[in-house]
Write a protein that binds this ligand. Structure first.
Ligand SMILES: NC(=O)c1ccc[n+]([C@@H]2O[C@H](COP(=O)([O-])OP(=O)(O)OC[C@H]3O[C@@H](n4cnc5c(N)ncnc54)[C@H](O)[C@@H]3O)[C@@H](O)[C@H]2O)c1
Length: 247
C-alpha cells in the first residue's frame, strides 16, 4: 500500500538531508519526483542520482520565500505532469540567535523560509491537487517545546503546525489530506552546529540514545502520503526517538 506509481510529488528543500532522503523514498516507491531548492545545483545532482534521464526525477531552482517564484515552480510542474499528487515542504533554515540580538531581518528571514514558504507552496499547489492528494509539512519538535537561541525558528514551526491543521480542515471536503511531521535531532548538516554545542546533553535525554536519520523522517512522510494513512489528516507525527516525551 506504499505505492506511488504514476504519482507526482513536489518536494521543497529537496537538496537538503531530509528532502533528499524523502525524494529517494518516494522515487523508490514509483513516484515521479520534482526536487525544488534554493541550491539549484544540489537539487540537480540529487535528481540525477535518482534518474539521469530526467523522466521520473527532475530539479528546479526555487526560492520558497517568494510567492511568485513558488507559483512559477508549480506552473512548471503542472505544465509537465498536469497535477500534483503530493506536496512535501522541507525547505528550512535554523540559525542560532539570542533573543536580544534578534533584529527584524533575522526574524523575517527565518519566518519567510520556514513559514511563509509553506503557505506559498500549499496555496499554489491546491488548485492542481485532486481528491486523494496530500501534503506533508516538516515542522519540528521546536514548534511544540520552543528552542532556546531559536525563538524565530520555534515560532515559525509552531505556526506550521497550526497552519497544517487549518489546511487539513479546510481541504478535507476536497479530498486533500494535510499532515505534519515533527523531527527531533536528525543527522543532517542543519544540526551540525547544535550537536557540536550540546550533542552529549541531547543524546543523554533521548531515550533511544541516538540521532535520527533523514530516511527515518522520509519514511514517515511517505507513510502519511500513502493509502495506509488514507483516513489520517490534521495529525502531527513526532520522529525523535522519544526525546519529546522524555524531557
Ligand atoms: N535536521 C533536523 O534535525 C531537523 C529537525 C527538525 C526539523 N527539521 C526540518 O526539516 C526540514 C529539512 O531540514 P534538513 O535537516 O534536511 O536541513 P538541510 O539544511 O539539510 O536542508 C534544508 C534545505 O532547505 C533549503 N533552503 C533554505 N532556504 C531556502 C529557500 N529560501 N528556498 C528554498 N530552499 C531553501 C536549503 O538549500 C537546504 O537544501 C527543515 O524544514 C528543517 O527545519 C530538521
Amino acid at each position: 500500500m506504499i505505492d506511488f506509481e504514476a504519482k507526482v510529488v513536489l518536494v521543497t528543500g529537496a537538496a537538503g538531508g531530509i528532502g533528499r532522503a524523502t525524494c529517494r523514498m518516494f522515487h523508490g516507491a514509483g513516484a515521479c519526483v520534482v526536487l525544488a531548492d534554493l541550491d539549484g545545483e544540489g537539487a540537480r545532482r540529487a535528481a540525477a542520482e535518482l534518474d539521469s534521464s530526467g523522466d521520473t526525477a527532475w530539479s528546479i531552482a526555487h526560492d520558497t520565500t517568494s510567492s511568485a517564484d513558488t507559483d512559477r515552480v508549480v506552473a512548471e510542474v503542472v505544465a509537465r505532469h498536469g497535477r500534483i499528487d503530493c506536496l512535501v515542504t522541507a525547505a528550512g533554515v535554523f540559525p542560532p540567535r539570542p533573543i536580544l540580538e534578534m533584529d527584524d531581518a533575522s526574524w523575517r528571514t527565518v519566518m519567510a523560509v520556514n513559514l511563509d514558504g509553506v503557505l506559498y507552496a500549499s496555496r499554489a499547489a491546491i488548485p492542481f491537487m485532486e481528491p486523494g492528494s496530500s501534503m506533508g509539512h516538516i515542522a519540528s519538535v521546536a514548534g511544540h517545546r520552543g528552542s532556546p537561541m531559536h525563538a524565530h525558528y520555534a515560532a515559525a514551526k509552531g505556526a506550521v503546525l497550526s497552519l497544517s491543521r487549518s489546511l487539513a480542515s479546510e481541504l478535507a471536503p476536497l479530498g486533500i489530506r494535510v499532515n505534519a511531521v515533527s523531527p527531533g535531532i536528525i543527522a543532517t548538516t542543519m544540526t551540525d552546529g547544535l550537536m557540536a554545542r550540546k550533542g552529549d546533553m541531547i543524546l543523554a535525554s533521548t531515550p533511544m540514545g541516538r540521532m535520527g536519520t533523514a530516511e527515518e523522517v522520509g519514511g514517515v512522510i511517505c507513510f502519511l502520503a500513502s493509502e495506509l494513512a488514507s483516513f489520517v489528516t490534521g495529525e502531527t507525527v513526532h520522529v525523535n526517538g522519544g526525546w519529546y516525551i522524555a524531557s
